[in-house]
Design a protein. Structure first.
Length: 242
């Protein structure tokens, strides 16, 4: 059985956010919820300013506090290391959200994709309503661009009153594909693979560079690793010329 992990190479990451957009599309992530997120920071004083961008997601911790705190075992570990959620067992108590030190678990306070349930035309007498559009395209099941592939292992759109979070795209892994954020990253900054294979690319990168994980001191044993840091090429400043 593989043990999955992700490595994020911060020297390669350009902070474009394509991973987050790809994640939304693949997993039908509703407004206000961010399975794939980031921590940003602007440092320094103008004109010597630097922008730091750290992509974040569920860390699929080996010792996951969200799993330990769940009274119904809705939040659970798969044998391949993925931290998974079962909305049918979830009672919406939010202990997992409270216990997660990474703030990557979200609660569905409202029916998903509220915009697409609105029966009011966008332009009165000129356009159809979002609800009509969604009904025409997909029988009103979430947004018109909803990905039915997500529905293989979770509800295609998670209902109100339960939590949701990144699953490492478990539905894609099941059929031999990689998480969609990894596929979509234009800089190849995200690498996904099996920690139990000594020659996997994740293991080679972890051996070559000094990795770190978020809040390691808590002992949660995250399976998302960061390597390197963005280091721009040396350049000579000019006064507007080339
Ligand atoms: S898509 Fe890749 S390069 Fe862009 S922010 Fe995400 S990890 Fe960084
Ligand atoms: S909100 Fe759901 S998954 Fe989270 S601890 Fe409660 S029952 Fe478990």
């Amino acid at each position: 059985m593989p043990k999955y992990a992700m490595v994020i190479d911060l020297q390669r990451c350009v902070g474009c956010g394509a991973c987050s957009i790809a994640c939304r599309n693949e997993n039908n992530v509703p407004d206000g919820i961010y399975w794939s997120n980031k921590i940003t920071e602007t440092a320094g004083t103008f004109p010597n300013v630097r922008f730091h961008y750290l992509p974040t997601l569920c860390n699929h911790c080996s010792d996951a506090p969200c799993v330990e705190g769940c009274p119904t075992k809705a939040m659970h570990k798969l044998d391949n290391g993925i931290t998974m959620h079962d909305p049918d067992k979830c009672i919406g108590c939010r202990y997992c959200q409270y216990n997660c030190p990474y703030e990557v678990i979200y609660f569905n306070w409202q029916d998903p994709h509220k915009f697409w349930r609105n029966p009011k035309p966008v332009i009165e007498g000129g356009t159809s309503s979002p609800k009509e559009m969604a009904q025409t395209v997909n029988n009103g099941n979430g947004a018109p661009y909803s990905n039915p592939g997500r529905g293989k292992t979770l509800p295609e759109n998670r209902p109100k009153g339960v939590v949701e979070k990144c699953t490492f795209c478990d539905h894609r892994i099941k059929v031999g594909e990689i998480p969609y954020c990894v596929e979509a990253c234009p800089a190849d900054a995200r690498i996904f693979g099996d920690l139990d294979k000594p020659d996997s690319k994740v293991n080679r990168l972890l051996g070559k560079f000094k990795p770190y994980r978020l809040k390691e001191r808590l002992g949660t044993e995250p399976n998302v690793y960061y390597i390197r840091s963005f280091n721009p090429a040396h350049y000579q400043r000019t006064k507007g010329g080339i």
